[in-house]
Design a binder for this molecule. Structure first.
Ligand code: NAD
Length: 533
């Protein structure tokens, strides 16, 4: 039997962060508020002290921010894409230069470990470099096939949609302030971002840095507040990019549907990991640790259910438990701690409820399972459960915390069918030495990204490929061309030369019909040969 034990703990002297209270006061003044407003004191899950105070917007602030952004956008849309790219590349350099300050601030806002904050920073830099360098080519008018070869010239133009509303959660504040705003801005739009209030300072810091890099003031606005400010943004923006939970996604989609505006929705998941019988055991265990406990499990693509082939199950469970117990927990501004705190009280409550519910209904606890108030009020041990059954909440609901369930399987068809029963389809992970089989199995999993011999980072960081969800995990895609094109309106411009498509006026309709019929028959054969179908 595997016993649960105590995790290594770090209780360092509190280090001094690189950001100052004056910086936070300056950042708070950047919030788009248009009148006297209430304010909110933000507490840090990192050291439980007061972090700072931000004004809380009212819904009318969202309307006014969109109006101001619309004015700035009219000029921005005419700026050459290469000039926009130069601003984003300067932002990229400044971000890397000032990383110590923003890493500290993000850690204080979220309670996350240094390694998780660093993952955010690197991702933000990759996004800036990627869209700065690709957008000029991708946004150029594209020549397409015309009606009649030689007679019709057809082009697709991509225009900005106008003002993009970005609504984001608190789990990856640095990524969220960059990964939707940058492609939206590169496409010629203005952006109004509504972060979760808990992580507003990171978003404001990013906005200030973009302006320092050369982004015109007023083009990227930030409003603070909760659902009512988000609803106001959906009521007046021209496109909404939401990252959040599936219930919020449904509400936003309904509201956007009424207005016939576009949305992209990056929502929840219950992401599976599948360990096949020929997997490299140690690598799979390390992948499970990273996949389940990175950012204390508060990661949309993190792994919450692990299916291990019966041949490997016992050895996998033993090593997974050993390594999980050896994880170092704590709040440090360096890399000593491997897992940090949860970020918000409601997430802590969900984690605790899911674990208690599973244990009350007969699940077996292999590791963790307890809050750690000795480290901080929102710390929770990395937790491994087994003997989890469908009546337990943790079986199918997203936990969004450091809790993972282990299942044994013997039949691949059965396990694939179980995996695909979930209402979600965001990310999955397959472990095998047979890469051809791995791809075949991966393609049968209903998920927007599937990583082979990786938990989530290979697909996420492949910026040229899309990322998003099947089923209740979302609509639309971020990253790649899709991630840019969703923020554009496509316009087709066609030029007809010599004779009209419907034939010259002097040609009798009957003749025209016979001629076109002959042309279509010949054309079908030519295109079949060309496209080899
Ligand atoms: P949430 O849905 O409660 O809130 C997300 C954002 O939406 C917040 O800014 C919130 O103020 C706003 N909001 C809430 N109701 C709204 C409404 N009716 N209209 C407009 N805006 C509204 O989510 P959360 O609990 O803050 O974040 C955790 C969730 O986010 C998890 O489900 C997680 O899986 C998901 N997530 C998904 C991805 C992804 O890429 N798929 C990434 C990160 C997080």
């Amino acid at each position: 039997m595997i016993e649960t034990g105590r995790l290594s703990v770090i209780n360092p002297p509190r280090e001094v962060p690189q950001f100052t209270p004056e910086l936070l006061e300056r950042l708070a003044r950047r919030v788009s508020v248009f009148g006297p407003r209430a304010s909110q004191t933000l507490y840090s899950p990192f050291d439980e002290g007061v972090l700072g105070v931000i004004p809380l917007c009212k819904p009318e602030d969202a309307y006014l921010a969109v109006e101001q952004a619309r004015v700035a956008q009219a000029t921005w849309a005419r700026v050459d894409t290469r000039a926009k790219a130069r601003i984003m590349l300067r932002f990229h350099d400044l971000l890397l230069q000032r990383q110590a300050e923003i890493l500290d601030l993000t850690q204080y806002e979220t309670g996350k470990a240094r390694r998780d904050a660093q993952e955010e920073l690197l991702d933000a830099a990759i996004v800036a470099q990627f869209y700065a360098t690709r957008s000029p080519g991708w946004l150029r008018p594209r020549r397409t096939g015309g009606t009649f070869v030689g007679l019709t010239q057809t082009w697709e133009y991509r225009h900005p949609v106008g003002v993009v509303g970005v609504i984001s959660p608190w789990n990856y504040p640095l990524v969220m302030a960059v990964s939707e705003p940058i492609p939206a801005l590169m496409a010629g739009n203005a952006v109004v971002l509504k972060p979760d209030p808990q992580t507003a300072f990171t978003a404001l810091w990013i906005q200030a840095l973009m302006e320092e890099a050369g982004l015109p003031a007023g083009l990227f606005q930030i409003v603070t507040g909760g659902a009512e400010v988000g609803e106001a943004l959906v009521a007046c923006a021209d496109f909404i990019a939401l990252t959040g939970s599936t219930p919020t996604g449904r509400k936003v989609a309904r509201q956007a549907g009424e207005r016939l505006i576009g949305v992209s929705l990056e929502l929840g998941g219950k992401n599976p990991m599948l360990v096949l019988e020929d997997a490299n055991l140690e690598a799979a265990v390390d992948g499970a640790i990273h996949g389940a406990f990175a950012n204390a499990g508060q990661l949309c693509v993190s792994l919450e259910r692990i299916y291990v082939h019966e041949k490997l199950f016992d050895a996998f469970a033993r090593r997974f438990v050993e390594k999980t117990r050896a994880l170092r927990l704590g709040a440090t501004l360096d890399h000593r701690s491997q897992m940090g705190s949860l970020t918000v009280q409601r997430q802590f409550d969900t984690v605790l409820t899911h674990v208690q519910d599973a244990l009350a209904k007969g699940a077996t606890l292999l590791a963790g399972g307890r809050p750690r108030p000795d480290l901080g009020s929102l710390f929770f041990e990395p937790t491994i459960l087994t003997d989890v059954t469908p009546e337990m909440r943790v079986y199918s609901e997203e936990t969004f915390g450091p809790v993972v369930s282990l299942y044994r399987f013997s039949d691949l068809e059965q396990v694939l069918s179980l995996i695909n029963q979930s209402e979600y389809g965001l990310n999955a992970s397959v472990w095998t030495r047979n890469l051809r089989r791995g791809r075949e199995v991966a393609s049968r999993i209903q998920a927007g990204t599937v990583n082979i011999n990786e938990s989530y980072a290979a697909a996420w960081a492949s910026m040229d490929a899309t990322m998003g969800g099947f089923k209740a995990s979302g609509l639309g895609r971020r990253h790649g061309r899709e991630g840019l094109y969703r923020f554009t309106e496509i316009q087709t411009i066609a030029i007809e030369r010599l004779i009209p498509v419907t034939g010259p006026a002097w040609l009798p309709r009957g003749w025209y019909g016979r001629m076109v019929t002959a042309v279509l028959r010949a054309f079908k054969w030519l295109t079949r040969l060309w496209f080899r179908v």
